[in-house]
Ligand binder design. Structure first.
Ligand SMILES: O=P(O)(O)O[C@H]1O[C@H](CO)[C@@H](O)[C@H]1O
Ligand SMILES: [Mn+2]
Ligand SMILES: [Mn+2]
Length: 403
């Protein structure tokens, strides 16, 4: 067996430059890592990502502050998305061999009256807003009203999402989840197929002090086919989901899941899983980059979150065993230097490392689909996949072959 354990960490929304089809998304020029680096003007210290080969991915345009490593310890490249959307679900599903080629429903003018009416009838609550909005702005602008009336703040974005915000003291988290579950049942196709219903509970005394809580919960569309995680699980391997992974795959193909309160809590879980004995795949999502800084167009916070993550990698790299493989990537971009508040269509970085890897400092090139990642995991464990993706296992291998 090549590796006994594979760890993949998704830095949610940490893109590395406009994708070839960025124009189709009106995202020309988006460059999440590039613009965060430029904002820090040389002070973005990412020593671990740097030595893995982060700037080696594009040596002609290195991330400012992150020098191109002379001899990167990892293998490095970038991946392109083939899915029709640029949301987390599309990105993660594609990584696991299930690209979403048919666009899911989006609602630039708000949700149809029929959906809203059903939500109101079910909940006994009036719906307000019903249009694309930034989630922090929407509670700033409507949260006080919501507290007085007990209405549901329903909003969307450029993604296929229906989000419902409510103050935790006014609508209990339990009730909000029930409403979201009902909303989920309305939009599983064929007329409307929405990627995610997201519960957005918040707390705080007034509009200048509202904050969203870790009780956020994503009710995703059930995967519309088998994923590589299902295949791994069926083969008897451990499949551990850390953070939003469980939500994104509706629990499918997961043998154990951890809920994250934050990126740092997520990295605590990674440490915990690393210290445990398992055989299989650990898939981690760190969502703060996206939810707290990308959508908020906050390059300073984004950079700090990257530096905090990088620091946590010191321990991870030190604890990796010879039969462990680490992969670090992202699910889409969310350039805090770009207009709007939506995700951005970008390449995502791909870094791979094992202390026993035969060839360090190796380019994995431009991968034509995120599915290459799942294909690599499957090949490692000798599990049959579908035709999506091409494994790069031989490029990151430790020389041992699959039994
Ligand atoms: O503005 P907030 O509520 O963070 O919402 C964002 O979060 C969703 C999921 O990433 C995106 O589709 C966008 O709407
Ligand atoms: Mn995401
Ligand atoms: Mn997002």
């Amino acid at each position: 067996m090549a590796y006994k354990r594979i760890f993949a960490i998704v830095m949610d929304s940490v893109g590395i430059g406009e994708a070839p089809d960025a124009a189709d998304f009106d995202d020309v020029g988006a460059d999440t890592l590039g613009h965060v680096g430029a904002f820090y003007a040389g002070d973005l210290a990412l020593p671990n990502l740097g030595k893995l080969g982060l700037s080696n991915i594009r040596p002609d345009k290195p991330i400012q502050g992150v020098p191109v490593a002379n001899q990167a310890i990892g293998a490095f490249g970038k991946m392109r998305e083939v899915s029709a959307g640029k949301d987390s679900m599309d990105g993660h599903w594609e990584m696991m061999g299930l690209p979403v080629r048919k666009p899911l429903s989006t609602f630039p003018n708000g949700f149809p009256e029929e959906i809203i009416k059903k939500l109101e009838d079910f909940s006994g609550r009036h719906v307000i807003v019903n249009k694309p909005y930034s989630g922090t702005d929407v509670i700033h602008d409507y949260g006080e009203q919501q507290m007085k009336t007990g209405e549901l703040i329903v909003y969307t974005s450029g993604d296929s999402v229906l989000q419902i915000a409510a103050h935790e003291d006014v609508i209990s988290v339990k009730e909000l989840y029930k409403i979201c579950e009902y909303a989920r049942s309305l939009v599983n196709g064929p007329e409307w197929t929405i990627g995610r219903i997201i519960a957005r509970p918040y707390v705080g005394p007034d509009k200048d002090h509202f904050t969203r809580t870790a009780n956020r919960h994503d009710f995703s569309l059930e995967p519309i086919g088998e994923t590589d995680m299902d295949r791994l699980k069926a083969a008897g391997l451990d499949v551990i989901g850390v953070g939003k992974i469980n939500d994104i795959f509706s629990g499918h193909g997961i043998t154990k899941g951890y809920h994250n309160e934050s990126n740092m809590d997520g990295m605590d879980h990674v440490d915990e899983v690393m210290a445990s004995d398992f055989h299989g795949f650990c898939f981690t999502n760190l969502v703060d980059f996206d939810a707290m800084y990308g959508h908020r167009r906050n390059p300073k916070g984004f950079g700090q979150a990257l530096m905090d993550f990088d620091q946590r990698l010191t321990k991870v790299l030190a604890n990796l065993k010879d039969d462990d493989l680490l992969m670090i990537t992202a699910d889409h971009g969310n350039d805090p230097g770009y207009r709007g508040t939506d995700h951005t269509r970008e390449f995502v970085p791909l870094l791979a490392y094992s202390p026993s890897m035969k060839h360090a400092n190796q380019s994995l090139g431009i991968r034509p689909t995120f599915a290459d990642m799942g294909a690599t995991v499957l090949e490692n464990f000798g599990v049959q996949g579908n035709s999506e993706g091409t494994s790069f296992l031989s490029e990151v291998s430790n020389g041992e072959t699959v039994k």
